[in-house]
Design a binder for this molecule. Structure first.
Ligand code: BG6
Length: 477
């Protein structure tokens, strides 16, 4: 197996709200993640009306990276990371989101963190908005259904671009901006856009309006960032879980195509600078009458991204539902079906390494931009045996995905910047709020009940990934 290109960014990925803790330290404000309780793989998380007494909010403390960052970064260095993906918690910089001046203590925290990373030659890769917008913007302004959010976001982006212009080169605007359509449900529209259904409101319309303001805000941020430092690389970030047709029935193929279009249209807007035709037709057919101005369309054209960051965990299988209308847009439960050729994780996510190669080719063919796999991994239960965690299942998952990634680069010619496995240090699951859904190579002693010493320990996958990085992907044994 050939190695990857020189300078390939091997790394690890996390997000502020899922691992920092310190939810009230350094003047931080309440984020939307702070009002989500812990769930399980059967019970959904609850979104509460503010922070309520007696509820378990796992993101408040998370793994307390806020107080452990020096020791943790030392471990990241030992692992051999070339880059480290995290987000800047918006609420550390603008606690409510609508202040005139930023919070100096929050800015200082990231200054110190970036200095610590550079001490070990670890390149920070920064997401601006990763499911953690200020809760105040939801309560006061209705979240991203309000155009004012564009100004609040660009102010936040400008502040951190200026402050860290010599410390951070790689940025992404909105994490998995497309989750809100592909997994259209209460939690994804809340985590992406801070939307909570209002009585009588068409939530789908609200989601498209919010999405439009977000792509405009992203395009403005790209332009602002490039002015502040022309060397910045500013990417978009999508979730890609390919939707395969269940069978060669042409209707299933059409369903698969439409499911991909509906989930990935943001890539058309953020990479090509314009809305796809099918979606313009859809807006008209639904009489959405969205607030999309001619000026917005110019902004979109001028603010296309430098690269595509994306997450890949699993693929899906779809079929056209019975008597499906010609637009194949029906959001029906029975259009997503089991794929009999694949096994699933303990959380029911299908394990499909070839799907990663497919996703890489899918973006590469359409957008001709450098790609960056910024999330991939297996959420699993780990067992401590004599103080060790033998996570061969995780090693096997990562090995098979890296093999496919290498084929995409060396056989298919995909231009790939790097690979950052998700949650390489155990953290709070975004979907379920659990600690015991673990992705890490570094174990953190804390469980779903919030109990534990917080001690960090290397799993077997730590030693394995260390060799992978040191050999630039040649040694996968
Ligand atoms: C992505 C998110 O959806 O998947 C992460 O960007 C998230 O924030 C990850 O943690 C894994 O999902 P989960 O629900 O297992 O945490």
């Amino acid at each position: 197996m050939s190695k990857l290109p020189e300078g390939f960014l091997w790394g690890g990925a996390v997000a502020a709200h899922q691992f920092e803790g310190g939810w009230q330290q350094g003047g931080k404000g309440v984020s939307i993640a702070d009002v989500m309780t812990a769930g399980s793989n059967t019970e959904p998380r609850e979104i509460t009306d503010g922070v309520l007494p007696g509820k378990n909010y796992p993101n408040h403390e998370a793994i307390d990276f806020y107080d452990h960052y020096k020791d943790d970064v030392k471990l990241f260095h030992e692992l051999g990371l070339k880059c480290f993906r995290t987000s800047i918690a918006w609420t550390r910089i603008f606690p409510n989101g609508d202040e005139d001046e930023p919070n100096e203590a929050g800015l200082k925290f990231y200054d110190d963190l970036f200095d610590e990373l550079h001490k070990y030659n670890i390149e920070p890769v920064i997401t601006l908005s990763h499911f953690e917008m200020p809760y105040h913007l939801v309560k006061e302004y209705g979240g991203w259904r309000n155009r004012k959010l564009i100004d609040f976001f660009t102010k936040f982006a400008t502040t951190v671009f200026k402050r860290y212009k010599d410390k951070v080169k790689y940025w992404m605007t909105f994490n998995e901006i497309n989750n809100q359509t592909s997994m259209f449900n209460k939690w994804s529209v809340f985590t992406n856009s801070g939307l909570l259904a209002k009585p009588g409101e068409d939530l789908e319309r609200a989601m498209f309006q919010a999405s439009h303001y977000e792509v405009v805000a992203s395009a403005l941020a790209v332009q602002i960032g490039h002015k502040i430092n022309p060397d910045f690389k500013i990417g978009a970030m999508f979730s890609n879980g390919p939707a395969y047709p269940l069978s060669p029935d042409p209707r299933n193929m059409m369903k698969s195509e439409r499911t991909m279009q509906a989930a990935q249209w943001y890539a058309d807007v953020q990479c090509k600078g314009k809305y796809p035709n099918w979606l313009k037709q859809y807006f008209a057919r639904k009489h959405f009458d969205l607030d999309i101005t001619l000026e917005d369309l110019d902004v979109l054209k001028a603010g296309t991204v430098d690269y595509i960051g994306f997450s890949y965990y699993a693929s899906h299988a779809v079929q056209a539902v019975k008597d499906e209308a010609d637009d194949y847009m029906t959001r029906a439960k029975d259009s997503e079906v089991q794929n009999p050729t694949l096994k699933a994780s303990d959380w029911g996510w299908l394990i499909d390494p070839i799907g990663l190669r497919y996703a890489l080719n899918w973006y590469s063919d359409r957008y001709d931009k450098p790609l960056f796999i910024v999330e991939n991994g297996l959420g699993a239960f780990d067992k401590l045996e004599d103080g060790k965690i033998h996570d061969d299942y995780r090693i096997s998952y990562l090995r098979e995905h890296i093999k496919q990634m290498e084929l995409a680069v060396n056989v298919d010619g995909v231009d790939l910047m790097g690979y950052t496995p998700w949650g390489f240090i155990d953290l709070v699951s975004a979907g379920t709020g659990q600690m015991d859904k673990r992705y890490g190579m570094i174990y953190v002693d804390k469980n779903d009940a919030g109990k534990g010493t917080m001690k960090r320990m290397k799993k077997d996958s730590f030693n394995w990934y260390q060799k992978v990085i040191a050999s630039n992907g040649a040694d996968l044994d």
